[in-house]
Design a protein. Structure first.
Length: 212
């Protein structure tokens, strides 16, 4: 548990940097700038909160210096985080949930009207590239990060539970919420991989819930 916070930070940092590289090098889609803004600002905010604590643990920074730094810079990093969330909201609300059909229905589809054909020029088709990367992160990386962060929280809560017993109940609710969010993300990716109806809508719901 001693290095759990460090593992969580570096996993998150590597994930953010890799995602930024993938977006910049291979993705061409509307709203990419909003997602890049969220990743960059989140990485800066997370780094700004992690590095002072690391310096304090390494005895490079004294307690007094650490408190002064956090007091003066905490607002700045919080503003960066809020700005990142605003970018993520803009990206989520810009997601397309359905691609309208522009091709005429034929045969059984014309008779039943139960299925609409996708546009031939639609950019929303298939599962690969940056979408496959997003799926791999949600299926394999995000659960690991969630477990690490919950372990860090559990250790902290149990240390102060004798003095503040109410923290146990709050942390239990937070744990259930984290499990639900991770599970929803995995479910959304499974729908995306199978190209099931409503997959993009489920993914949009997941991003909103994760943001909340």
């Amino acid at each position: 548990m001693k290095f759990a916070n460090d593992i969580g930070f570096w996993l998150t940092a590597i994930l953010c940097i890799t995602t930024i590289f993938v977006l910049v090098s291979s993705v061409k889609r509307p709203g990419k700038g909003f997602l890049l803004g969220f990743l960059v600002l989140s990485l800066l905010s997370y780094t700004g909160n992690y590095v002072p604590g690391l310096l304090l643990r390494s005895e490079v920074m004294t307690n007094e210096t650490y408190r002064k730094f956090i007091t003066s810079s905490g607002v700045v990093f919080q503003i960066l985080r809020l700005a990142g969330w605003a970018f993520l909201l803009a990206f989520v609300f810009g997601l397309r949930t359905e691609e309208p059909s522009t091709m005429p229905s034929t045969g059984a589809s014309a008779a039943t009207g139960s299925m609409s054909l996708p546009r031939l020029d639609s950019p929303y088709k298939g599962y690969g590239g940056w979408l496959a990367f997003f799926g791999a992160v949600q299926l394999f990386v995000q659960p690991i990060i969630a477990v690490i962060m919950l372990a860090i929280g559990a250790e902290t809560v149990f240390k102060v539970s004798s003095k503040y017993p109410g923290f146990i109940g709050i942390y239990s609710l937070e744990t259930l919420g984290s499990i639900a969010v991770v599970g929803l993300g995995m479910y959304a990716v499974i729908k995306l991989r199978s190209i099931r109806p409503g997959a993009v809508r489920t993914t949009k719901l997941y991003l909103l819930v994760a943001l909340g």
